[in-house]
Design a protein around this ligand. Sequence first.
Ligand code: MTE
Ligand code: MO
Length: 555
Amino acid sequence: MIPRTAVPAWAAALAGLTAAAVALGIGQLAAGVIGGDSSPVVAVGNAAVDLTPGWLKDWAIATFGENDKNVLLGGIFVVIALLAAGFGLLSRIRVGYGRLALLVFGVIGAWAAATRPDAGMIDILPALVGAWAGTSTLTRLFRRLEPKDADYPDRADSSNGEPSDRAEEQAAQDAAGGVEPGDHPQLEKPPVMLAGTRLRTIDRRRLFTGVATGAGIAVAAGAAGVWIGDRNNVSAERAQVAAELPKPATPLAPLPAGVDFKVPNLSPFVTPNHDFYRVDTALALPNVDPKTWTLKIHGMVDRPVEITFADLLKRPIIEADLTLACVSNPVGGPYVGNARWLGVSMAAVLREAGIKAGADMLLSTSADGWTAGTPVEVVMDGRDALFAFAMNGEPLPVAHGFPVRQVVPGLYGYVSATKWVVDVEVTRFDQARAYWTDRGWDAEGPIKTQSRIDTPRNKTQPGRNVIAGVAWAQTKGIAKVEVKVDEGPWREAKLAEVPGLDTWRQWMIEADLATGMHTLSCRATDETGYTQTADGAPPEPNGATGYHHVLVETT
Ligand SMILES: Nc1nc2c(c(=O)[nH]1)N[C@H]1C(S)=C(S)[C@@H](COP(=O)(O)O)O[C@H]1N2
Ligand SMILES: [Mo]
């Protein structure tokens, strides 16, 4: 049987979209009032991130870089819009179907919100309240869409009518009071829509005022929700930490002037916080209040320890220059940065807890449920592994782990640099698996000796050129960087000074480049005497290798 599709498809789709917009807006408002990160869209997005297979995530990071989250959110909105239009079309058959579809969608949103690691039962409310608002919008809009006018046989006849049918139906509608001639006093010929085999009219003005009202409610509620939600953010707490930032027990000497060649387009030795690369799985940044933050150390320990933020700041404070690198960084890529950190020795805290024999892994967990597995031995070997709370003289930016994160020299971030860290379980590699280990990456991730050309990158002028970049081999130190132009000899670059072994090191060299295309290559040798391998490997499963080559054109 052909459904009674009296409502034109575009109008039904528009009603569906409006209903979904109201659902999202009201959901956002509820999320703002409740607090936390329970916005249904964000929850669905986070669940999508977690359910995404590793290879797809790697592809997204490689393709969209730090924009991957915006692309994902954009994609989620597109999917929601398509579904919403579909729900509208479904409602043409029966409004109840559209309502049901919206409710199911709300339940999925509620499920996504409730299963976030930092969620409580209350976090199901925004999605459910939103779905309820959406279904009621849908019903109202469809009520406005009910055809008030009968067919216009005179028009239909000229196209493809079956006059007798139509006359019958006309009579039926008249009998049911379906004709309200007063509805269109201003129109001689009301808009006529072709729907199914019948011609129908809808009252566009009523529809559009309904849609406009819905859109207004959606925008106002959504904006209010975001505004209220923002009050939960921790910028005030961060400012307070900034005002009381403690001093290190033994402050580092100021950085030597020679750390920075100050060559244009060469990465500065210290990466400003706002330029520091960001890689994480969080769609909405966790807002962790230092006043309620605690860090639990438990598992294979003699005495479980729980530390408050105030306790942490009272411990001996260590200052360290160290370069963080992401395992996803391709050769020549941007996911590496250097900062001066303030923190507390992880080893000291762990010694206090007393690590039991046989434990070889520290499974750290963030406020949003992400995990990293770090070798016990690495953290205890005397390097500056920190529970860090400051970066370049400021409390950690929220995006970089406020109030506390781990940083461990010599390990890629995915096995060590847990942001918003709240829990460390002392365990064993054969008993626990961390977030990325379940997604195709190695359980252990020592940083590989690497070098990168920062300038020139694609075009330059002929003649004398400065070629410059950075190289890193944290905990080992960079001993030598060599540069090659086309098939010329490897020439040793000049190295900048460094404050220690845990940071990257700038290098530069001058070269004469004739007009045309040139391939520049670089390779680093660390203080152990190891020269980075020329063999190319992708980031997965344990870090990219190969020389960085740059093709430049001199014009
Ligand atoms: N909570 C949390 N911490 C995390 C991650 C994450 O996804 N969630 N990503 C890790 C990875 S893969 C890297 S490379 C570093 C990046 O730190 P940054 O964003 O401060 O540069 O954080 C690590 N810490
Ligand atoms: Mo990473």
